[in-house]
Every structure is written in C-alpha cells, then in structure tokens.
Design a protein around this ligand. Structure first.
Ligand code: HEM
Length: 135
C-alpha cells in the first residue's frame, strides 16, 4: 500500500531542508564571489559586509518556506533588503546563471528546477530596478 502522500510538496520532492541548504550554500558562494554582481559597488559592499553563514541561513529559510516546508522566514522583505542596491536586469541575469549552475551541480530534476525558478522570478519586481533613476 502506498504510504507517500499523493501530491508531495516541492519541499518534499527536493528532499527537505538538507537538500535545499546544500543548493543555497553553493549558490551564495557563487553570487558573493561573482564579478558580474560585485561590479555594482553597493552589492560589492554588502557582499563583503554580511557573514556568509547568516546570509545562507536566511535564504535557506526563505526557500524552505516558499517550497512548502515548515520554516518561517525571519529576514527582511525583498524590497527592503535590495532597495538601495540598484540591481539591474543584467545583474539579475548573472544571478540566474549562478542559480542554474547550482541547480545543475546538485542534479535537481527539471520539474523542480522550473518550480524553484518560478519562486525566484516572483521576487523580480522587488529586487530589480526597472526604471532609470534621475535622482
Ligand atoms: C541580482 C540578484 C541579487 C543580488 C545582487 C542580491 C544581493 C544581496 C545582498 C548584497 C544582500 C545583503 C543585504 C544587506 O544585508 O545589506 C541580500 C540580502 C538578501 N537576499 Fe539578495 N540578491 C539578489 C537576489 C536575491 C533573490 C532572487 C533572493 C531570493 C529569492 C534573495 C534573497 C535575499 C535574502 C533572503 C536576503 C537577506 C535579507 C535580510 O538581510 O534580512 N536575493 N541580497
């Protein structure tokens, strides 16, 4: 008799928090050292100020919650934490390229990759500056 739930959550299909934490660990190491991102002085400053373990903790918590896990995200909103960094569409593309490399490294299956990318893409409007600032 099947004991698995009929519709396992994304969190369960990914393998729970240990699997998510491994992908986030790899991703944050990539983005914190990505010259395409650190060419932006505000990003570079913050990437060298925040301790990687805390950064990884917050992103892991957020992804766990978004994937349907029991975590509660305790960090700042995406708008608040990225507002002053003037992140451009090109920088977003670099981030997504890093993300793809992490997903592939851990052999996350295609369906789960698409669901994770949809979660990340849903934050685009809060993170990327789409209009030139004349200030
Ligand atoms: C080009 C894309 C991105 C860049 C350059 C970037 C950069 C940064 C930097 C430098 C910080 C530290 C801010 C500070 O404490 O002063 C930060 C915080 C954070 N970012 Fe991003 N980020 C990007 C996209 C994303 C995405 C797509 C997500 C999640 C889906 C995300 C999740 C977070 C979280 C959870 C924090 C911690 C918020 C807190 O301090 O409470 N970021 N980001």
């Amino acid at each position: 008799m099947p004991t698995q739930p009929q519709n396992p959550s994304l969190y369960e299909r990914l393998g729970g928090i240990y699997s998510i934490a491994c992908v986030v660990d790899d991703l944050i190491d990539r983005v914190m050292n990505d010259p395409r991102l650190n060419a932006n002085p505000a990003v570079n400053e913050a990437h060298h100020r925040v301790p990687p373990p805390g950064f990884k903790y917050l992103v892991t918590e957020m992804v766990g919650m978004a994937a349907g896990g029991p975590q509660k995200y305790t960090g700042r909103t995406m708008a608040d934490s990225h507002r002053d960094m003037n992140i451009t569409p090109k920088e977003w593309e670099a981030f997504m390229d890093d993300f793809q490399q992490s997903l592939d490294k851990f052999k996350v299956p295609a369906t789960e990759q698409e669901e994770l990318k949809a979660i990340v893409n849903s934050t685009y409007g809060d993170i990327v500056v789409t209009e030139p600032s004349n200030a």
